[in-house]
Design a protein around this ligand. Structure first.
Ligand SMILES: Nc1ncnc2c1ncn2[C@@H]1O[C@H](COP(=O)(O)OP(=O)(O)OP(=O)(O)O)[C@@H](O)[C@H]1O
Ligand SMILES: [Mg+2]
Length: 366
């Protein structure tokens, strides 16, 4: 008999090693290597077309790689068909059977697998209980809200007791408020089950709020893997910096030599570079909108701050903050200032000095 749905099912790792995959001449996955820990809630995050679904389907066994291996719990499953992989996938469209009740939708996959009737009933009840839908078991999908349908799709997958749960953009059919609610429920369910889960999304907020770690993908290449905070604070490249949050990017060139280096921003402003700063080849200067302030009249003092002359180009009121458009040299950047009633406002066209801490600057390869 299968082990019951419980917190005690040991979680498994998922390892992807040296994976390449092409559709004809379209090289979609390029040397993908990922080590997902047992019990982790892991996200594939990236723009449309970057290969997230392709990679998820590869783990599920619906796609074959040209090179590389997939291991689950250390076991090489590269050549196993989908139904022998202990992997459950929730598709973006949910793919519920419209003519079947909720109960039948959840039971169907179990019956297909030859699970005995009493066991099917037990698992259906448990799975629907887990997602809080026991009371709606006799409805059809068309009689449910989008969020409820999404939960049926999850229940149906969880009922087969997979070792790995794959979710492909499971919240994209829901309205904004529902998305926030359901993503919390998903996180809660994942924690209770302790199930290794991979969540595909192109929405950084979704990935940031519910996932332990994120692999940021672009153009079939894993750009960086880390916790949401690591990716935000220490992006490895300009793509990651710009994809997670807003990044101000200043292009320019390094002038001077060892003791007295500076970065000459395009358009003429010069930023001193601390002696200890390690620069990549061909560096670009990156900072977040909330890491800059405006210097008080009298300028910037102290070793811990540098001042850059700038021009205010526009102002947007966002409620809790004001976003200023600011030109440094020939580049326009964003600066967020907290808003309180009585806050001093700066006018478009006025000159100012932008104050930055060298610690909040990132030097990334161009
Ligand atoms: N069955 C297929 N045959 C040929 N090309 C495909 C196939 N499936 C996907 N592609 C191509 O592979 C690339 C990656 O597609 P994929 O569906 O993995 O992207 P994605 O990151 O999931 O995007 P989205 O966020 O839009 O769902 C795209 O260029 C897509 O056109
Ligand atoms: Mg996709």
């Amino acid at each position: 008999m299968n082990a019951p749905l419980s917190l005690t099912t040991p979680a498994v790792s998922v390892d992807i090693a040296g994976v390449n995959l092409s559709y004809g001449s379209n090289h979609v996955l390029k040397d993908v290597n990922l080590a997902i820990e047992p019990g982790e809630f892991f996200a594939f995050l990236g723009p449309s077309g970057c290969g997230k679904t392709t990679l998820l389907r590869l783990i599920a066994g619906f796609n074959q790689a040209d090179t590389g291996h997939v291991r689950i719990g250390g076991r090489d499953i590269t050549d196993l068909p989908p139904w022998k992989r202990d992997v459950g996938m929730v598709f973006q469209s949910y793919a519920l059977w419209p003519h079947m009740t909720v109960r039948r939708n959840v039971a169907f996959g179990l019956e297909e697998r030859g699970v005995k009737r009493a066991e099917v009933e037990r698992r259906v009840e448990t799975a629907l209980g887990l997602v809080g839908l026991g009371h709606l078991a006799d409805r059809r999908p068309s009689q449910l809200s989008g969020g409820q349908q999404q939960r049926v799709a999850v229940a149906r997958t969880v009922a087969i007791e997979p070792k790995v749960l794959l979710l492909d953009e499971p919240l994209s059919n829901l309205d904004a408020k529902m998305r926030v609610q359901v993503r919390r429920e998903l996180r809660d369910l994942q924690q209770r089950l302790g199930l290794t889960t991979i969540f595909v999304t192109h929405d950084q907020e979704e990935a940031n709020t519910i996932c332990d770690r994120i692999a940021v993908m672009n153009d079939g290449i894993v750009q960086q893997v880390g916790t949401p905070m690591e990716l935000y604070e220490r992006p490895a490249n300009l793509f990651v910096a710009g994809f997670l949050g807003t990044a101000n990017i200043l292009k320019g060139r390094v002038v001077g030599s060892d003791g007295a280096r500076a970065f000459e921003v395009e358009g003429g402003v010069t930023v001193p570079i601390a002696e200890t700063t390690e620069l990549p080849e061909n560096p670009t200067l990156v900072f977040r909108p909330q890491h800059a302030t405006f210097a008080a009249a009298g300028g910037v003092a102290g070793e811990d701050a540098l001042g850059l002359p700038c021009t205010i180009t526009h102002r947007e009121f966002l409620g809790a903050s004001i976003r200023y458009g600011v030109r440094i040299g020939s580049t326009e950047v964003a600066v967020d200032m907290p808003f309180q009633s009585g806050s001093e406002l700066r006018e478009s066209g006025s000159q100012a000095t932008l104050k930055l801490s060298p610690r909040s600057l990132r030097w990334l390869p161009a």
